[in-house]
Design a protein around this ligand. Sequence first.
Ligand code: EPZ
Length: 421
Amino acid sequence: MDKFIISGPCKIKGQVIVSGSKNASLPILASSILFDKPVEIKNLPDVKDIDTMLNLLRSLGLNIKKNKKKKSVIITKSKKINTIASYSLVKTMRAGILVLGPMLAKYKKAITSLPGGCLIGARPVNYHLKSLKKLGMKYYIKKGYIYANVKNNLTGAEIKFPKISVGATENLIIASCLAVGRTILKNCAIEPEIKDLTNFLTKAGAKIKWTGKRRVQIDGVKSLNEISYNVMGDRIECGTFCVAATLTAGDLNIKGFNPKLIRTELNMLRKIGARIITKKNQIFIKGTKNLKNLKNVITKEYPAFPTDLQAQFMVLLCKANGRSSIKENIFENRFMHVAELRRLGAKITIKKNIAIIEGKTKFEGAELMSSDLRASVALVLAAIVAKGKSKINRIYHLDRGYEQLENKLKKIGVKIKRTSK
Ligand code: EPZ
């Protein structure tokens, strides 16, 4: 299993280009099941979760032509369609549940493995199932699989999600594209990745209209057109590099992402002391040695502060002057990085879903264990500013969602290498 060896402290300087968004690519790839005509998707990040989704689509009978250099795929439908999404593929990537909606819409039946939980939480899919039922899905669960079908077609309905859910919103938008009649979805998640999905589907001829802040209307169509689409930049990768520059009192130019989509995070970094200038698809960010603490940071649904940047900001607040606190509101167990940060010298106490972070921590290099994707990148950030050498184990977690991370970090001044010893 690969590890990272990082020698700190390092100062980050230079330019980095953000890769395509993992969390926009996954629903867009899943929605390719709806198409009879070829679908070209460009700017895909070369990360494990994308490979897993492509293998899942291949297992469902889609032909995938990959152009590694152009980071694109062309997806066409084969004659042999399979409607069983197996546990072996879905267990490592919870976004596998996103094939349920399109398979029902297209093939009227599906057998999909329940995604199962992960370290950050139980990851239930009850909102997906309850809402698809309102479109006419019948299902039962047996031995960890969802056996679903629909008589004739999915039929449009008015649905209000009991709680805001990114995946459930995506599944229902995709399924409604080919349903008969109008679907209105209320209390939707509105992450930029969801808007990228609806831009993609609309460009392919779907009739989708955002009629309110969290309200979307979809009028079913018979079929979708051939399309070529460029996926947006990765919001969380961009946010992670903004934290890295601030943390190391660095000076970074980040390209490939629209800064308007991370206003909340950039304002928080300004409050902490970063100097930030934004241009179209560019961010110029300068860190400072004098980091200010933040009290009452709370993770919430977009456009509020995202849970996927919680661990990274926690590392930053360890170095700030004074005490800070972070409340994790989205997932029930998303503080796995805390125990590892304590090994580097962090002083953090946890009370239920609130972390109290003492500032002015002097991180000392240590051996660390990755747990989930974003907790792992927080360990990388801490190791970058720690004094001495750190070894980070199980970095396959990072390979799921960060493309060429060590090469990008090396280019901006980080002493990092990947080893399998
Ligand atoms: C998406 O997960 C992202 N994954 C996650 O990013 C992100 O952390 C999360 O949204 C929140 O922003 C992808 O886009 C592939 P939810 P998702 O449905 O869709 C509960 C990363 O690091 N819930 O918005 O699974 C759920 O347990 C990953 O890239 C139900 O109870 O998130 C959670 O507490 C990690 N029942 C909350 O809602 C349901 O049916 C939000 O989950 C669905 C969700």
